[in-house]
Every structure is written in C-alpha cells, then in structure tokens.
Ligand binder design. Sequence first.
Ligand code: HEC
Length: 211
Amino acid sequence: MKNETPEAPLTAHSYDGIQEYDNPLPGWWKWIFVATIAFCPAYASYYHIGAPGRTIAEQYDAALAANTQLQFAEIGELKPDEATLVNYLHKDSWLKVGAVIFRTNCMSCHGRDGEGKVGPNLTDEFYKNVRTIEDIARIVNNGAGNGAMPAWSNRLVPNEVVLVSAYVASLRGQNLDGKGADGREIAPWPEPQEEPEEEQAATPTETTEDA
Ligand code: HEC
C-alpha cells in the first residue's frame, strides 16, 4: 500500500498487507472525554441518588401538582352527585381538564376520543353499567366488570373523578366509529340547574391544557 502522506508515520502492525497511519486523537479531545467520565459520578449522585426533586421531570411534576391544587382551590371539593356532574358537563374549560385526565388514564382502554377498545365505546347511546349520570362517577371510583374496568378512587382525587366523569358524559351522542354498541340505550342526561354565580368563579387558569 502506498503511503500518500509520508510525514504521518505508520503503526507497526499490518493485517493482510493493510497498514494503518499512526494518527492518535488529539490530547485535548481525550481530556474532554476523560472529563466527561469524571463528571458522571458527580452528576448522577446529585440528580439521581441525591435528594428528591432535583431533576427537571420531578420539578415539572411538582409544578403540575401545585397548578392543579391552585385550580382545584377555585372549585373546592366537588361531589360526584347528579347536580355537580350535570353542571360541569356544561363548563367547557373544565371539560378540557377532564379530557386531559381521560387521555392520561383511560385512553389505553377506551380509545383517544372514547370510541372504545378493550373498554366500551363511550360516545354512543348504549351503556352496560350506566343508567344515570351519577353511575359514571360511581364506576370510575369503584370499577366494573370484575376489575376489567379498574377502580380509580385511590388513583384520582375526587375532583379528578368528577371532571373526568363529566367529560365522559360529554362524549355521549358523538357516535364515533369504534367498538360496537354494548348494553342498552339509556335516558338522556338531565338538564343543568342554573348556577350563574359559580359559573363565573369556576374557570380554570390558562395553563390547564398544556399541563
Ligand atoms: C384497563 C382498561 C380500562 C381502563 C384503563 C379504563 N377502563 Fe373504563 N372500562 C373498561 C372495561 C373493560 C369496561 C366494561 C366493564 C364491564 O364489562 O362491565 C369499562 C367501563 C367503563 C364505563 C362504563 C361504560 C358502560 O357502558 O357502562 C365507564 C363510564 C368507564 N369505563 C370510564 C372510564 C374512565 C373515566 C377511565 C379512566 C379514569 C377508564 N374507564 C379507564 C376498561 C378500562
């Protein structure tokens, strides 16, 4: 093999006549590499082994929880009763919060928009376990189908149960293509009772959807 750059020396070895230039990596490059390795234990022990709450993900979770608290402070503790559910069924900005809860926890079984997968289609007029709007919150809390539908009472706070249930109620009637009808047709949801004052107060802050 012809050496095109005679100033670069060859290494001593030769494999099947193939030879290699002796071009080591520059010293500064190697020292940066060594420095990254030296930096590792310090980084890992600060962020991963040290006190909790230092990673960006943990700070995000904490901020999210604080934000949720802040918003929930506006509405107090909601009861999963008919009046509250029907009321929140007509509060668009809170339905968006319900939608986020749904996408996080329920989408895997009920589909992104409630069209149904393992779990029933929630967008038609047919329900297996639900007769009244309160039944939605009851089933979300307690589960159904011998655990096929998990109980959420220990994983969602009461306000989240109410908001996700109102969101589920709002899906009704869209009749999205998905899982076929399960169960039987039920009576329409009741009409909301007028509560104009609460309507004003109970609007979540802007950050809701991104959270
Ligand atoms: C592990 C899968 C799974 C997840 C996750 C899940 N569900 Fe279900 N869900 C089911 C199944 C299966 C049923 C039907 C139970 C039965 O056959 O009685 C069901 C039933 C329901 C019903 C009653 C529907 C009817 O026709 O009566 C509602 C309402 C419901 N789920 C809401 C939710 C909500 C809200 C969430 C999220 C907080 C959720 N589900 C998460 C599987 C799931």
